[in-house]
Design a protein around this ligand. Sequence first.
Ligand SMILES: C[S@@+](CC[C@H](N)C(=O)[O-])C[C@H]1O[C@@H](n2cnc3c(N)ncnc32)[C@H](O)[C@@H]1O
Length: 307
Amino acid sequence: MQTPHIPVLLNEVLESFKDVGEGYFVDCTLGYAGHSSEILAKYDQLKHIGIDRDDEALAFSKKRLEPYKERSTLYKGTFATVFPALEEAPIVAVLADFGVSSLQLDKEERGFSFTSETLDMRMDANAALSAYEVVNEYPQERLEYIFDTYGEVRSYRKLAAAVVEARAQGPIRSANQLSEIAKSVIPPGGKIHPATLMFQAIRIEVNNELGEIEGLLDALEKKHVKGEVVSLISFHSLEDRLVKNRFKKWAQACICDPHAMRCTCGKNHALGKAFSSKPVTATKEELKLNPRSRSAKLRSFRFTKDV
Ligand SMILES: C[S@@+](CC[C@H](N)C(=O)[O-])C[C@H]1O[C@@H](n2cnc3c(N)ncnc32)[C@H](O)[C@@H]1O
């Protein structure tokens, strides 16, 4: 089957689940089932749950996972809402490969690329908020906040002002038009396209990407079993920071106030342990085959206690 997306850090993800026992494996970002199909093939003690908010991805994966249909259930929705509601147990392995898929990025009509004639960027084509509303209806201060916080755009104020000035002439209707505005503020010639960070920021806002990650981490904190392994792949520092900090918190034995004179909590509050303090990144071989793996960072955590 021709696949529109190459799974990143595949061997490393497979390796991370090598010691999990019998139970459910939840792929929170099923996409084109690149990771899921390999995990199902390798670990036949695992039953599979795949979650995605994108109908196209689900339809593709349903076909791809046909050989495993007895062991696989797919759910449509966002992982921050679907995961906490899962009744299947025990869940022994959880994967999330955050962000958009190559197909979402490459399909012009989805509005993620700089040359798109639409202004959309929704992972779920039925979601209420699209890039069109963000760009044309958000107040200038909110655009500044988004460009600064989610895009870390240096000239975020100028960029927000340029968007507001442009939309005063009539609605901004395409990603193409938006990227021209970015070019007028940020001169081309840098390492990345002038619109890259602005597009990242809008995409994060449209899809509530950071809120979703926090929601999943909250759900894992409240619901896990001993031996469960969680492997999370992020693609930029905002995502990775959320994961890194939460894993650190989960590994902390002492939960006393850092200013307390001495420990009174019993120092037995660690929920488990991260596989390592540094994230796993792509090998040179993988980088050659799949440039998208360049910014991928995998962090894994093993829970050593039931909730
Ligand atoms: C990077 S791709 C995953 C690719 C997949 N690992 C594979 O190998 O085919 C990310 C997928 O997760 C989905 N996604 C991203 N955020 C999501 C969320 N909060 N809830 C549900 N699905 C999400 C996207 O629609 C996309 O299909």
